[in-house]
Design a protein around this ligand. Sequence first.
Ligand code: SF4
Ligand code: SF4
Ligand code: SF4
Length: 271
Amino acid sequence: MKVFTVDVSKCNGCYNCQLACKDEHSGNDWSPYAKPQPETGQFWLRVRDFPQGTVPKVRIHYVAEMCNHCANAACLAACPNGAVYRREDGLVLIDPAKCVGCGACAVACPYDAVFYNEELKICQKCTGCAHLLDNGFALPRCVDACPTEAISFAEESELSGFIVGADVRLPETGLRPRVYYRNIPGYFVAGTVYDPVEKEVATGAAVRLTNGGKTLHAVTDEYGDFWFNDLRPGRYELIVEAAGFEYLAIDGIDASSGSVNLGDLALRKKQ
Ligand code: SF4
Ligand code: SF4
Ligand code: SF4
């Protein structure tokens, strides 16, 4: 069975994969695999951006998303016309000759991976570029176009090292998606520590971040900055200690739904 893998840490957000997919399928009739994708209004592969934090402590990562060619494909089960089928290599396709455009597959898919073609009155989606694979090409266009090799496509057994422990989108759906993701960054808590009297940043201050009995440690850098990366969602407590200054504590840092930039944190000199 073929699978896709996406190493999010290698993706620089160049959108080459999204554009390559568009170029491959828009204006090209690859029947019986797929009819042309409309020129506008849809991308069978979308690169989503995830900005985190607030200026100046902002980080962004990108995630390429397409049809997951699910092992328990909801689209396939929902189609009343037998238009959605699975190939021996695991790819799930919509037969444009059988599709009547009822949209049942699109409604059933929790990944929004199916698109309606207004002009042709059919539903369409990523084909895994099966037309290329069946004609001597080793890779789908999106994979071939990625300059950083963030996306891979191969037999499941060849990519097993990546797949073990990898994430899938919406695992709770039970559809057993076959696009695997690794290195999706967790949230961060960051800030800058400074001395308001001397009007200078505090370097070398000890910073502790605590959640559920677990404590992480950091030291402010030459800009007075600290970063705690790859955090699980939750509420945190922060403590800053610096020689000659009073202890600074911040409770209830809410990183349950996103990263937190605590901004500039002023220390008070010990009396
Ligand atoms: S992601 Fe959606 S369209 Fe693709 S196989 Fe799964 S259920 Fe079907
Ligand atoms: S495999 Fe082909 S159809 Fe699917 S997202 Fe990549 S380029 Fe598009
Ligand atoms: S082509 Fe590769 S690096 Fe560029 S956006 Fe797509 S996955 Fe990321």
